[in-house]
Design a protein around this ligand. Structure first.
Ligand SMILES: [Cu+2]
Length: 329
């Protein structure tokens, strides 16, 4: 809804920007000789929409995700085609003979050329981090959102500064660039290290976990041959989560009687999981279980079910790797 509201606001601003022109018609600016100036392009906006659909698809899942990816791929192809056309236009045969090209120090007089900006790169990094954060969850997601919000606010601040320069130029007839901003290299390094450490910590890779109790030196001699891990109540099904994934993705249980799933979370202490029971299409939550932290286990109780198929999903990571099918016979 925020996305739609922001887009509507922006579209309105565009529509009502500046004085309404009745006549004479807008003067088409003339590009100075030897200056290449690509025309306005809808491709960046189309790609932003594509990315929006991709995120919506990640939330909705299933067909929604396919649609999101398709829209993003199509919009990227459109952008690519436009860029190739622009390139082909820039590269007529005779220009090849004039190489090496003359490199100008700064734009020719009368040409406004905004300075380079790190924001687009940071936006791409932030989006990648956000996608990673959506998969890993927890603090990684929080950090990614903070990074992306920081980037976008900085970008907006730059835009407003540039816009004010344009307004000034309307009066002075001379368009100045905003002062060059120093690269926030130190902050980027801090974010990168924090992101990597948090991700490793949340995935349970770092610091290395203490030797697992099951199968370790202290395990009872009979444990190797037993169906379930130590501590599982008799008759219980077993589900183990490791590396943000259920090791058991199919379970079978008899109809009409309550059952127990002994759940062992073998991820790092900071990675919670659970085993919630859903209807087959995932639309209905039938049993909500409390999450348990990594390194612990719990016997989850479920009520008797009608014959059919059901889904069990981790409420923290509702991804295919943490989704299983329960068949009730
Ligand atoms: Cu999980």
């Amino acid at each position: 809804m925020l996305f739609v509201a922001w887009f509507a606001f922006t579209a309105r601003k565009f529509a009502t920007l500046g004085p309404t022109r009745r006549a004479p018609a807008r003067i088409e600016p003339i590009t100075p000789a030897h200056v290449h100036m690509p025309g306005g392009s809808a491709a960046p906006i189309a790609v932003a929409f594509g990315a929006g659909f991709l995120f919506a698809g990640l939330v909705v899942g299933g067909v929604g995700l396919v649609i999101g990816v398709t829209i993003l791929v199509i919009t990227l192809l459109i952008w690519f085609r436009e860029a190739i056309r622009d390139y082909a236009h820039l590269e007529p045969a005779q220009s090849l003979q004039r190489l090496p090209a003359v490199v100008h120090q700064g734009p020719p007089p009368g040409v406004h050329m905004p300075g380079p900006s790190i924001r687009p790169l940071m936006g791409a990094l932030g989006t990648a981090a956000l996608l990673g954060g959506l998969v890993i969850g927890g603090w990684v997601l929080v950090l990614a959102v903070v990074f992306l919000v920081w980037t976008l606010i900085g970008w907006l601040v730059d835009f407003s500064a540039e816009y004010r320069k344009v307004e000034e130029a309307d009066k002075t007839g001379h368009l100045e660039n905003i002062p060059a901003r120093p690269l926030p290299l130190r902050t980027l390094q801090v974010f990168a290290v924090a992101f990597a450490l948090l991700a490793l910590w949340q995935l349970g890779i770092f610091p290395p976990a203490a030797p697992a109790t099951a199968g370790g030196p202290g395990a009872s001699p009979g444990a190797t041959g037993a169906a379930g891990p130590a501590g599982a109540p008799p008759g219980a099904l077993t589900v183990i989560a490791k590396g943000i994934e259920y090791e058991q993705k199919t379970l079978e249980v008899g109809a009409g009687k309550p059952f127990t799933i002994f759940f062992e979370n073998q991820d790092g202490a900071s990675v919670p999981h659970d085993v919630d029971l859903h209807s087959a299409d995932g639309s209905q939550l039938l049993k909500d279980q409390p999450t348990i932290n990594g390194g612990t286990s719990k016997a989850y109780q479920y009520d008797a079910l009608q014959p059919g198929t059901y889904k069990y999903i981790c409420s923290v990571h509702s991804i295919p790797a943490m989704t299983g099918t329960l068949t009730v016979k």
